[in-house]
Design a binder for this molecule. Structure first.
Ligand code: FAD
Length: 351
């Protein structure tokens, strides 16, 4: 797995920087950056990139050793919950035809249970059994095919979807599928789960000032190398450019952004993104370009950002307000965009 390092730019701009640095680091194998006040690690994972910044590293923390530990955590997460690895625990569960309880690891159970909680919260708009529809629309592990499925294909995939088709048993952890062909997709939670697992590793090392990111899922603790809160960029939901919409400072919080402007295809003038509405069986429509959620743990805010994207600009703000969720919405209005926060998000806008 290629390991590259990423300089400190706003997270929203990281992808472009990673590409440039990827080339640079290909020439300098094993390049890394460390100054007295900052260790920066990074590389590819889950089809995207990760970044770990440790400010004021405690004595005895060696960058190379930390990098190896971080990658071991990522390898464990992928082995548990990836649908892109056929040998992962989740892929084996998806292939298991048993109608009985199927024992699962505590890690996989934790992610599935959070998915079911979010389904209940959003009345099924968020649904981890969405996999057959995600794959039908070409956003899953199979090869990308930018085409619009027909109504019969959508109906057939929808028959396999439904969070009420999964039963959970906490002790010992196990899952029971109402249909053998249920296909669980944890991509909406997995990046956040990976960030939380890396943060837990850093905490055990006595590291108190860090920022961990996997794509748009971020967790920050303490302060940056300058002794200030970590500043996270929310980018404009524009597919053709990278521009910062606003910067929010966070300390000891997690943040995640979901949107319709990075992973999509266009057909006959319409954009089809990877956020799928289980009710219609199709990518969500509407003018909500992105949702950013701030909260305690990254897996939760990662899933909530997807859930609110699927609910759309009409329903999502009301749920955020009623549930006290700190969410920031960016909607498209003609050629313009407008951002607004839920009541619980206002404290981040005032800073
Ligand atoms: P988010 O909004 O966080 O999630 C969008 C994803 O959620 C969609 O792509 C879909 O999978 C799912 N989803 C869509 N609608 C719903 C809904 N209504 N309810 C619930 N979920 C929904 N990608 C690769 O290309 N190569 C890889 O090797 C690879 N490996 C991965 C390994 C792991 C462990 C994980 C978790 C993901 C991996 N991915 C891989 C997928 C890639 O990381 C995803 O595209 C990404 O996780 C989606 O996150 P996001 O922030 O882009 O969008």
């Amino acid at each position: 797995m290629l390991r590259t390092y990423i300089t400190s730019v706003s997270v929203g701009l990281l992808r472009a920087v990673k590409l440039a640095l990827g080339v640079l680091c290909l020439m300098l194998v094993g390049c890394e950056q460390r100054s007295d006040s900052l260790i920066e690690l990074g590389g590819s994972t889950m089809g995207t990139y990760y970044s770990v910044k440790v400010a004021h590293p405690p004595g005895g923390v060696a960058a190379e050793q930390l990098q190896a530990q971080v990658e071991s955590v990522l390898d464990t997460v992928i082995a548990e919950i990836s649908t892109y690895e056929e040998t992962s625990e989740l892929s084996r569960l998806n292939r298991d035809p048993s109608p009985d309880w199927i024992a699962v690891s505590a890690g996989l159970y934790q992610v599935i249970a959070e998915g079911q909680r979010l389904s209940a919260l959003t009345d099924g708009a968020f649904d981890i059994t969405i996999g057959p529809l995600v794959n039908l629309w070409g956003f899953g592990p199979e090869a990308r095919r930018a085409r619009v499925p027909n109504a019969a294909e959508i109906r057939a995939a929808q028959d396999r979807v439904g969070w009420n088709k999964l039963a959970l048993r906490a002790t010992p952890p196990a899952i029971r599928k109402a249909r053998a062909d249920i296909y669980i997709d944890l991509s909406s939670l997995g990046e956040g789960y990976g960030v939380d697992r890396i943060a837990a590793l850093l905490n055990t090392q006595g590291i108190t000032d860090y920022m961990v990111a996997i794509a748009g899922a971020i967790r920050a603790r303490g302060v940056n190398a300058k002794g200030q809160p970590w500043a996270i960029a929310i980018e404009q939901p524009m597919p053709d450019r990278r521009a910062v919409h606003r910067v929010v400072p966070i300390a000891d919080r997690a943040l995640s952004t979901s949107g319709d402007y990075r992973n999509f295809f266009e057909h006959e003038g319409r954009r089809y993104s990877h956020e799928i509405d289980p009710d219609t069986g199709a990518p969500v429509e509407g003018n909500l370009g992105s949702v950013t959620v701030i909260g305690d743990t990254t897996m939760v805010v990662d899933g909530l950002a997807t859930a609110l994207m699927v609910l759309g600009a009409q329903r999502a703000p009301a749920l955020a307000a009623s549930q006290g969720l700190a969410a920031y919405f960016i909607v498209r209005e003609g050629d313009d965009i407008r951002g607004f926060g839920s009541p619980a998000f206002q404290r981040y806008l005032a800073q």
